[in-house]
Design a protein around this ligand. Sequence first.
Ligand SMILES: Nc1ncnc2c1ncn2[C@@H]1O[C@H](COP(=O)(O)OP(=O)(O)O)[C@@H](O)[C@H]1O
Ligand SMILES: CC(=O)N[C@@H](CCC(=O)OP(=O)(O)O)C(=O)O
Length: 259
Amino acid sequence: MKNKLSVVKIGGNVIEDEKALDVFLTAFSKLEGLKILVHGGGKLATQLATKLGIESKMIDGRRITDAETVDIITMVYGGLANKKIVAQLQAKNTNAIGLSGADGDSIQAHKRPVKEIDYGFVGDIDSVNSGLLTKLLSADLTPIFCALSHDGAGQLLNTNADTIASEIAIGMASSYETTLYYCFEKKGVLMDIADENSVVKHIDSDTYQELLSDGIIANGMLPKLHNCFHALNNSVSKVCLGDVTMLDKETELFTTIKL
Ligand SMILES: Nc1ncnc2c1ncn2[C@@H]1O[C@H](COP(=O)(O)OP(=O)(O)O)[C@@H](O)[C@H]1O
Ligand SMILES: CC(=O)N[C@@H](CCC(=O)OP(=O)(O)O)C(=O)O
């Protein structure tokens, strides 16, 4: 039987809110078994760029990452956000180790080819170094990933944190029974975006098609669910979506997705 592994992603809205982040990190530190955390931080990067007088451009939820912007996101994702989370987890007795995709050659990617849009230094993932992650997990370390990959030729690349989480989960799924968790500011996938409690508790491939054709899923939820099904179609056992309380044993209201 395979060991269980939890790959958990938190979005920028959670990182920004000190209380929500603390609730989440407390639950994460208590989560039993092997675990990996991936964090975003898009909002923090936009805020710093604004302070520095640099305009942030997003297309379909993806940041246009020019040379100035890749420096900013390296400072924010790999520096401030990652190190704060690592330090807070240490205070909660979790031996966290912060990583970008360049550290230990953990996530290799290539710069997205220019078609209609030039995304700049945005990376599409080629491989996850599951051997390294297995070694870290065996040494009782909990890897904490930010949204940076690298091209193996010295260039850091910006990669959406939801995608990093699903690719890590896929990369580990041959060795571990892997569950992927997406924590964000809603209690799960909602039937009615205005009603916090209208959580769709279970989604499978058929329900997904219905939700799509009924227009229930929009904006950031479209690529998120695409990532969920990509993971499930590549050996990840289960995906859960919910708010910062989702990892608490008592919490019942969240979305579970299985094929
Ligand atoms: N049916 C839905 N249920 C829940 N959220 C939805 C739905 N449709 C669209 N959304 C939007 O998707 C957003 C989550 O995506 P995103 O902002 O990319 O998350 P993250 O904070 O993890 O980066 C929610 O904040 C919500 O506004
Ligand atoms: C290419 C791309 O768009 N990358 C994202 C990475 C951060 C991220 O994904 O953060 P959230 O999870 O908080 O949205 C960005 O720079 O906004």
